[in-house]
Design a protein around this ligand. Structure first.
Ligand code: NAP
Ligand code: MG
Length: 519
């Protein structure tokens, strides 16, 4: 697990072939743990993006994927999952190298869970039915059916925090439903999506043009994808700011759109919570992937009765977390993805101090190991005395910063939990599962975990209320966001007689009508 991949170079994957960008531009990617170069990737132009969209559109029209049976699509997606499974170790190391997630997480969570989710989308492809509706026999018999058909060409834009998993969440359901895809990974972390495309390509698993992967700037490739008339659906995960912009542009052109955006998820601890479970749970919620998760539990709501004991135990534990090389299996906390993200997080830590919160551990600097000097490390930071109105409690920091907010009564805790523009996720911690479910019902968020956090299952829907997005990914209806519904009405009478609705315009001069006209 500790081996390093050598520097690799990647082009653009368009129409089943690799090519440089039309202006030959490239970008070097650096290991966030030590600043060393790890890969060189092409930077697509608008012309490259147009070429990828045209290839996707052409493949869609050919029907070599869009028109094949769901069972065949399921077989291919399962074969892709098998192939990825054979490369779990390589993909895990690559994910760690590129984005700085600990190899413990990439090898236990990101890559195997991504593959599991792809298998689930394959199952959905098989099951995705042409459903018969109730037989209609009045005034004349007809058979009615609901067909689900692919939308067309999907432009899919993903962030840097879970590069492989987000790629699977996008291409999995889109391909399962029969769409063609242009995927734009985040500029910082395209490597596992590119490697996946390489594996699929080498195995010849998809017809050319069905899957295209373009590296390049959001302002170029992303903008082109969201405005291009041949893109039928845009799927985006990332910041609320860019999501809002995408919704505006997509709205103008009436493109289908799903958005999975930011969060500021509350972790609501009830007075009867089991502290052995909940203290570690709060650490898991806040600091997994150094807090770079949209669903991270960044607001810890503690009852005053537990506050001091909880904070003491929490801080003791957080101070022992091992910060280091993410390739090292003993590392608990790896670097942030980039120098810019580190700067942003440090600005928020300064802001927290300025707003009057109390810094209990972590903060700026304090990492002395010379091996880590060129990495983007920030110590896990806990603020207490946070008011929910402070900016550090309202804005998504996307780093290892936990805000502890004290409450007196449960009703106050629920108000605080909901006093946010976001609504992606929450967790409730209590020994009383009925009470916890009652509170879960009152929290306006797409996912509420009880005595847990971050557990995202392919079989359950995931997505946000309020500014956290539009639509849901995963779950039993995951393919709905990638299909149009068509109603097929088939007349079974096969006769003219009795079609009284046609008589409204083109009457048959039968007796009853003659009587009517004589009146
Ligand atoms: P971002 O700007 O929203 O980027 C997400 C994706 O959108 C990237 O692929 C990006 O491309 C692309 N993009 C950027 N501008 C675009 C545009 N005008 N049109 C179309 N696509 C565009 O997120 P970020 O700048 O990486 O991170 C900023 C903040 O967003 C973070 O600090 C965090 O608060 C939040 N965030 C949330 C999530 C989440 O899962 N909800 C994930 C990541 C970040 P480039 O990579 O080329 O810019
Ligand atoms: Mg951005």
């Amino acid at each position: 697990m500790t081996q390093r991949a050598s520097i690799s170079t990647y082009g653009l994957y368009i129409n089943g072939a690799w090519s440089p960008s039309s202006d030959a531009a490239t970008e070097t990617l650096y290991n966030p743990a030590n600043g060393e170069p790890v890969a060189i990737v092409a930077r697509a132009t608008q012309a490259d993006t147009d070429r990828a969209i045209a290839a996707a559109r052409h493949s869609f029209h050919l029907g070599s994927w869009s028109n094949v049976d769901g069972a065949e699509r399921a077989r291919v997606l399962s074969a892709i999952a098998d192939l990825l499974e054979e490369h779990v170790d390589q993909l895990s190391v690559l994910e760690t190298l590129n984005g700085g997630a600990t190899v413990r997480k990439t090898s236990l969570l990101d890559i195997p869970v991504g593959i599991d989710h792809l298998r689930y989308f394959a199952e959905l492809a098989r099951e995705h039915p042409r459903k018969n509706l109730p037989y209609i026999d009045f005034p004349l018999p007809s058979a009615n059916a609901m067909w689900r058909e692919p939308i067309g060409v999907c432009g899919q834009i993903i962030p840097w925090n879970y590069p492989f998993l987000m790629a699977i969440w996008k291409i999995g359901p889109a391909l399962a439903a029969g769409n063609s895809v242009v995927l734009k990974p985040a500029s910082l972390t395209p490597l596992t999506a590119l490697r996946m495309a390489e594996l699929i390509d080498e195995a010849g698993l998809l017809p050319p043009g069905v899957l295209n992967v373009l590296t390049g700037a959001g302002s170029v490739v992303g903008e082109r994808l969201i405005e291009h008339p041949d893109i039928d659906k845009v799927a985006f995960t990332g910041s609320t700011e860019v999501g809002r912009h995408i919704a505006e542009v997509a709205g103008r052109n009436l493109k289908r759109v799903t958005l999975e955006l930011g969060g500021k998820s509350p972790v609501v601890v009830l007075p009867d919570a089991d502290l052995d479970i909940t203290v570690d749970g709060a650490i898991w919620a806040a600091f997994m992937h150094s807090g770079q998760s949209c669903e991270a539990g960044t607001r810890l709501l503690l009852p005053s009765s537990l506050h001091d004991e909880f904070v003491e135990r929490l801080v003791n534990r957080v101070e022992q977390l091992v910060i280091g090389d993410p390739h090292d299996l003993t590392t608990d906390i790896g670097p942030l993805v980039s120098a810019a993200q580190k700067r942003t997080v440090e600005e928020y830590i300064k802001l927290g101090l300025a707003e009057g919160a109390t810094l209990r551990c972590g903060g700026i600097g304090g990492i002395d190991d010379p091996e880590l000097a060129n990495g983007h490390f920030v110590r896990p930071t806990v603020f207490t005395d946070v008011k929910n109105s402070m900016r550090i409690a309202q804005e998504e920091i996307f780093g290892p910063v936990l805000c502890v907010i004290k409450y007196e009564h449960i009703s106050e805790a629920i108000n605080i939990a909901n006093d946010t523009s976001y609504g992606l996720a929450a967790s409730v911690w209590s020994r009383d599962l009925i009470e916890a479910q009652e509170i879960a019902r009152r929290i306006r968020a797409g996912t509420v975990w009880i005595n847990d956090h971050h557990l995202i299952n392919a079989r359950a829907p995931f997505g946000g209320y309020k500014d956290s997005g539009i639509g849901r990914e995963l779950g039993p209806n995951a393919l709905d966001a990638y299909t149009e519904v068509k109603h097929i009405h088939t007349d079974l009478s096969q006769k003219r007689e009795g079609r009284i609705w046609v008589d409204i315009v083109a009457p048959q001069l039968d007796e009853s009508f003659a009587e009517f006209s004589n009146m």
